[in-house]
Design a protein around this ligand. Structure first.
Ligand SMILES: Cc1cc2nc3c(=O)[nH]c(=O)nc-3n(C[C@H](O)[C@H](O)[C@H](O)COP(=O)(O)OP(=O)(O)OC[C@H]3O[C@@H](n4cnc5c(N)ncnc54)[C@H](O)[C@@H]3O)c2cc1C
Length: 577
């Protein structure tokens, strides 16, 4: 059997060459990333089904730094018109584990109204509201509570009701066992900000000031990611992975997916494998639309331009693209040193890269009394006004529903529009956790097999500028807290007097339009709303073809995206089995 010729490193079977791939599997998954490996593990667990995972990148990311260019794709966006024509590096993981192998390990969820919004956009029968996703969040990770003394000293609270400890789940959510004492005066200052909610646990679907865990194995103190959780130490004859091979397109009999065409990374040799039950695309938000479009599923004009025969006209493929956006507001302590924390005995410094694991995740009404003005202004826009010219009417209809939902979320104290990470230092990052400018990720019609064309269309909707202005003003209010007064915080960039249009121009010159959380290029919405997949994540108009990765999220959760990706894979694994 081909599997016997595969190397066994103590992982799933790693096939070295396309010729080792069996002729047929029950499921074929494109992409061994965060969602792809989660699904492959769950589908093979009881031995009933065989699964082949095809991964474009390298087998190993062991011991490599997440900034190492060798385990990321090398893609840049096109120049961003409303960002002074600056380009943005599009960072996504290129190795077994995908982006979970290189991410910042912040392990958070969005709020209840945000997932209820996923259901609202999905139609009356949707099961993707908060109550419909919570069980899969619980299934997706194994929670380790913080050290008792640390929790007491630093006010770290959690709600065991919203976490799981499934013995079959090896993605770990853990806290570091060290925090800098300076975090205490910072926590107290944030807690005293007007109207600041303090939930017991942000993972319970609530906005506010809270400590959050890291995706980390607290025994080994190692990154916990889809490779360690759903691939290492899994030896099953029904779980094959072939790396360094690229899925080029899906094969169809009519509109039923029957398998995939793939090639070794460095040659054009054409290989095929058959899927008896389903093909699942888990290539991530940047590459999933490319596989669909190259298979003849996508916007008609684009496919015609690329000379790709149209199998199914699906205008939403590659549209609706969203990502979090951020910038740094720079401060210094005018007296040379900041607040001093209490004298707590701490040993060593085993913190984590997500550290110090504290942030304020808050709604617009918590930030500013002007929230109603901004919400009304947004609500009054013509939905097509800031979308690309020639946007398909179904995509505009979907944006109209998005706009209605986001006008509501702008008025909610329980939707995270700002993430203010608290680092125990003056100033720092402010992050817009919802953006209303929508971008596109499409194939290059002149070279459909090359890296896709990424256009964030950052700041194309002026409401995103208004919100970033409020984010900066909130940082200023925070730095103005009485707790910091003696340290005389001084804003060095942009400078406390920079306001109005000058502030907006500064934002355009420094904004980073991604926190590496791309979503929505194959959004879960009805077809007539510009959607690509249905409620069970099947591609509209096809049989035997699903998409399971970040691209199906219809809107951004007010949270970093990995936990939502694991949740999506867990929820769908039950539909497929
Ligand atoms: C630098 C960085 C920092 C981040 N920080 C955080 C954080 O702190 N917290 C958080 O919650 N989230 C974070 N994220 C986001 C989070 O990691 C992602 O949302 C999530 O991992 C995406 O999962 P996915 O399954 O959609 O895609 P991925 O995990 O990216 O998987 C896609 C896989 O498909 C493969 N592939 C693509 N095209 C093909 C093809 N044609 N054929 C075969 N294989 C293909 C890719 O190589 C990749 O392995 C970060 C991401 C990055 C990049």
């Amino acid at each position: 059997a081909p599997a016997e010729t595969a190397e066994r490193f103590g992982y799933a079977n790693i096939l070295q060459r396309g010729t080792q791939v069996r002729d047929a599997y029950d499921y074929i998954i494109a992409g061994a990333g965060t969602a792809g490996l989660t699904l492959a593990d769950r589908l093979t667990a009881d031995g009933k089904y065989s699964v082949l995972v095809i991964e474009y990148c390298y087998p190993s990311s062991n011991g490599r730094n997440f900034l190492d260019p060798g385990i990321s794709y090398n893609i840049s966006s096109i120049p961003q018109v409303d960002m002074n024509n600056r380009e943005q590096q599009v960072r996504i993981g290129c190795c077994v584990g995908g982006s979970s192998a290189i991410n910042g390990m912040v392990f958070v969820r969005g709020t209840k109204p945000e997932y209820d919004g996923w259901a609202e956009l999905g139609g009356t029968k949707s099961t993707w509201d908060w109550n419909g996703v919570l069980p899969y969040f619980k299934k997706a990770s194994h929670f380790n509570p913080p050290d008792e003394v640390l929790a007491k000293n630093f006010n770290i609270t959690w709600d065991p009701e919203v976490w799981g400890q499934d013995p079959d789940t090896h993605i770990y959510a853990s806290y570091p066992n060290y925090e800098e004492p300076v975090m205490i005066p910072f926590y107290n200052a944030a807690a005293k900000m007007p109207k600041m909610p303090i939930p017991k646990d942000g993972a319970g679907g609530k906005s506010g000031l809270f400590w959050f865990p890291t995706s980390m194995d607290n025994q080994k103190y190692w990154r916990s990611y889809s490779r360690t959780g759903h691939y290492d130490n899994i030896k099953r004859d029904n779980y094959d992975v072939i790396t360094m091979h690229k899925v080029k397109k899906i094969l169809f009999d009519g509109t039923t997916a029957t398998g995939v065409q793939f090639s070794p990374r460095d040659t054009n040799q054409t290989l095929t494998a058959r899927a008896r039950k389903e093909v699942i695309i888990s290539a991530g938000t940047v590459h999933t639309p490319q596989i669909l479009q190259n298979s003849g599923i996508g916007p008609k004009d684009l496919l015609t331009q690329a000379k790709i025969p149209i199998l199914i006209e699906l205008p939403g493929v590659g549209q609706n693209f969203q990502d979090h956006a951020y910038l740094a507001v720079n401060y210094q302590w005018g007296n040379g040193s900041g607040p001093i924390g209490p004298n707590i005995t701490q040993t060593g410094n085993p913190s984590s890269i997500a550290g110090p694991n504290l942030g304020a995740w808050i709604g617009l009404p918590t930030m500013t009394d002007d929230f109603e003005k901004i919400a009304s202004r947004y609500e009054a826009q013509d939905p097509a006004q800031y979308l690309p010219k020639n946007t398909h009417p179904t995509v505009i209809a979907g944006y109209k529903a998005f706009q209605k939902l986001h006008a509501k979320l702008l008025r909610s104290t329980n939707s995270n529009w700002l993430w203010l990470p608290i680092f125990g230092q003056p100033g720092g990052i402010v992050m817009s956790m919802h953006v209303v400018s929508h971008g596109t990720i499409n194939i290059d019609p002149a070279n459909p097999d090359a890296e896709p064309i990424v256009d964030y269309r950052a700041l194309s909707n002026p409401i995103d500028l208004d919100i970033m202005v409020e984010n900066i003003r909130y940082m200023r209010k925070f730095m103005n807290s009485s707790a910091f007064a003696a340290s005389r915080p001084t804003e060095t960039g942009p400078g406390i007097n920079v306001e109005g249009n000058e502030l907006k121009e500064w934002i355009k010159s420094v904004l980073i339009p991604t926190n590496f959380h791309p979503i929505a290029t194959a959004a879960k919405k009805p077809k007539e709303m510009g959607g690509v997949v249905d409620e069970e994540l099947r591609v509209h108009g096809t049989k035997g073809l699903r998409i399971v990765d970040g691209s199906i999220m219809p809107t951004l959760p007010g949270a970093n995206t990995q936990q939502s990706v694991y949740m999506i894979a867990e929820k769908v694994s039950l539909l497929t089995c």
